[in-house]
Design a binder for this molecule. Structure first.
Ligand code: NAG
Ligand code: NAG
Ligand code: NAG
Ligand code: NAG
Ligand code: NAG
Length: 401
């Protein structure tokens, strides 16, 4: 009766019948075809072929191939995989002796969670971020749940990121000396909770300072000016001041010079004139002496200001430490760097030299004038003496003898 079969009423009845929970064979495999079964690596894993009333013998396939890992089949058609390793994972299917698919199941293997290795960062007084890695690789997807509390306080959630690899706490009770974080990892094979005790005031470690600049100061061959900004994750103008450490050395030197400062900018007064310098800055909470220094900022390179003026001396060797900068003295031998004998008053060197030159000229002039005067005086005296001699001779001749 094709007319009856195609009527909407009849189709509805058939649809209802197919939904009914009567345990037909078709029912079994449609229920479980998308199933995933999890097993422990290095253990024996049992895969059932279906519910009861399975007619043996059955045939198992892995990934549509009859090649199976080390196994045995139980009397009710179950497959026991012995001491499984990763290669036993895949899509297992169980067929009856007429080739009808009874069950298909995907096997995934791994380990239950182990303890987590947790580390926390405290970039300012209002924020804690904790991240973790598995101490055992589980090979399985996991979910995490994290909470946090100060000594004797209520647990409050540590907010997880989407990937579940770290969590954040805002406004922790910083005055409490000890806090506890607990993180629970759960996967298909089990769950494990890890507890860590935290001392926030010891973990406090600012981000490195930002926008660090080092400049030469024109006219000062031994000075460098260093400036920086607070790390953006540190509130700049409030009750938590930072102290900054600046370290610097001529490039190639093993030894750093260090200075501390609360304020930017800062002037270095004892740079080595004419040398390229490396400069770095880091920050720490000024009050909390148990807190940690930030990482150093990246190395900045700078050369102090250098005077270049004309002399008649031969050129000096150009500095090897500054490739790409060709020294003018190579082509113009009359140019050379200023090298003061007295480094402390180097800046006043120009004026001193002028005064010295003027004084020197005055002395020379005076000496020459005096010499001329002395010679002239002598000449005059000699002339005078000759005149007197002549007069006396004339007198003597005219005298009557
Ligand atoms: C796995 O099964 C084999 C054989 O039945 C048995 O000898 C072995 O002890 C079992 N291993 C575990 C871990 O249960
Ligand atoms: C079966 O297929 C899965 C992927 O679905 C693969 O990881 C596994 O290695 C395969 N196993 C065998 C024995 O081919
Ligand atoms: C596993 O194999 C069965 C039978 O070949 C197939 O119907 C099913 O889609 C497969 N499942 C997966 C996840 O590959
Ligand atoms: C996470 O842990 C809290 C406290 O132990 C609990 O109330 C909550 O149900 C847990 N959530 C999940 C998803 O496990
Ligand atoms: C503290 O650090 C966190 C993380 O870097 C940041 O999101 C937050 O704004 C900072 N708090 C303040 C007050 O700057």
């Amino acid at each position: 009766m094709p007319g009856l079969l195609s009527s909407p009423m009849c189709l509805t009845v058939i649809w209802f019948l197919s939904l009914s929970p009567c345990p037909t064979r078709a029912q079994i495999w449609t229920d479980e075809v998308s199933g995933v079964q999890y097993g422990r690596l290095e253990a024996n894993v049992t895969l059932a072929c279906g519910k009861s009333q399975i007619r043996t013998p059955v045939v198992w396939h892995l990934n549509n191939s009859s090649a199976l890992p080390w196994h045995k089949v139980t009397t009710d058609g179950g497959l026991v995989l012995l001491h499984v390793d990763q290669s036993a994972q895949g899509n297992y299917s169980c067929y009856d002796d007429r080739g009808l698919l009874l069950r298909s199941v995907k096997l995934r293997l791994g380990h239950p969670p182990g303890l987590l290795s947790i580390s926390c960062q405290v970039p300012n007084h209002t924020h804690v971020r904790c991240s973790w890695v598995d101490s055992v690789k589980t090979f399985l997807p996991a979910k995490y749940n994290a909470s946090f509390r100060g000594n004797g306080q209520e647990w409050r959630p540590c907010i997880l990121d989407i990937a579940g690899k770290h969590c954040d706490v805002d406004h922790p009770a910083f005055w409490q000396t000890i806090h506890t974080l607990r993180v629970t990892e759960t996967n298909a094979l089990g769950s494990e909770t890890t507890y860590v005790r935290l001392k926030l005031h010891e973990l406090l470690k600012p981000q490195p300072p930002e926008s660090v600049l080092v400049k030469a100061l024109e006219g000062y061959p031994k000075r460098l000016m260093v400036s920086w900004d607070f790390p953006s994750s540190w509130p700049p103008y409030d009750a938590f001041p930072l102290v900054f450490q600046i370290r610097y050395r001529p490039q190639g030197s093993m030894y750093w010079s260090e200075i501390y400062s609360q304020e930017s900018p800062m002037v270095i007064f004892d740079a080595l004139a004419g040398h390229l310098h490396q400069v770095q800055v880091r920050a720490r909470d000024e009050v909390d002496s148990e807190s940690q220094w930030s990482e150093w900022t990246r190395l900045l390179l700078v050369r102090p200001w250098e005077a270049v003026y004309t002399t008649t001396e031969p050129a000096e060797e150009p500095d090897d430490g500054f490739p790409g900068y060709s020294f003018p003295s190579n082509t113009k031998p009359e140019t050379s760097t200023a090298k003061s004998q007295n480094p402390v008053h180097e800046d006043e060197g120009n004026l001193g030299l002028v005064i010295l030159l003027v004084l020197f000229s005055v002395v020379i002039l005076t000496t020459v004038l005096s010499l001329i005067f002395v010679v002239w005086m002598r000449q005059r005296r000699r002339d005078h003496a000759t005149k007197q001699e002549l007069t006396s001779m004339v007198k003597m001749k005219s005298m009557p003898i």
